[in-house]
Design a protein around this ligand. Structure first.
Ligand SMILES: O=C[C@H](O)[C@H](O)[C@H](O)COP(=O)(O)O
Length: 226
């Protein structure tokens, strides 16, 4: 396992310490979350009573593989905790997410949770968001028009592809990766994007994270919301 994967494993496993018996837990998406779901499965085998709501079809598959019981919003509308990854985290704990295309379900699940814990390696901590192109989920119908309106906000949106094909989210939508450069005012940009017809959701998670579990070399640090 390379150093980056070791870091992901370290923080993924550390975050499971936040899970208590009887909790309903939002299960994020991405390669760091993989380790969290695997560890959670081990705790379930040891007797932990927990149910998860997955944020992607891939995470649901991992949960089934590792034996984490799943539930859904038809049965539970409030979660005790969500644990998820991120692509960037700034000093106010605002996030860019959606590198793996799961941002819409991730935001719904995060919004349903009393606490949002984010697991990242130290390279994802930034002073200002925006080096990572902002993922924006859009409706396929008229995406070209939506992209033109997004471009007017100051970037050149790129339609995400998967090999030769257009990438399609679990919701049947497209992702536009939007390189805005340094985002000085994430809340305003998020609102401006949401005002555009055809935009489903943005990868900006403003004021949602409560705790960041960060991997730095061989140790884990926790940053809590001020
Ligand atoms: O859509 C994907 C999610 O927002 C991920 O949590 C994010 O991209 C981080 O993924 P990873 O842990 O693989 O870097």
């Amino acid at each position: 396992m390379n150093e980056a994967d070791q870091m992901k494993k370290l923080v993924g496993e550390a975050a499971v310490e936040n899970v208590e018996d009887g909790m309903k837990v939002g299960l994020g998406s991405g390669s760091t979350v993989y380790w969290m779901v695997k560890k959670l499965g081990e705790r379930v085998k040891e007797g932990l009573d927990v149910e998860g709501v997955p944020t992607s079809n891939t995470t649901a598959e991992w949960a089934r593989e590792f034996g984490v019981p799943l539930t859904d919003f038809s049965k539970v509308q409030e979660l005790d905790l969500t644990i998820d990854g991120a692509d960037e985290v700034d000093e106010q704990l605002h996030l860019i997410k959606g590198g793996g295309g799961a941002l819409f379900r991730e935001k719904v699940v995060a919004a349903a949770a009393k606490e949002l814990v984010i697991i990242v390696d130290g390279s994802k901590l930034v002073s200002q968001l925006g080096k990572f192109a902002l993922p924006v989920e859009v409706l396929p119908f008229g995406w070209e028009v939506t992209a033109k309106h997004i471009a007017a906000l100051g970037c050149s949106p790129q339609l995400r592809t998967a090999g030769e094909e257009t990438y399609v989210t679990d919701n049947g939508n497209y992702i536009l990766d939007c390189p805005f450069g340094q985002i000085k005012d994430p809340a305003t940009l998020h609102n401006d994007l949401k005002d555009i017809v055809g935009v489903i959701e943005t990868g900006l998670f403003i004021g949602m994270a409560d705790k960041i579990v960060v991997g730095k070399q061989d140790k884990v640090e926790v940053i809590s919301k001020a």
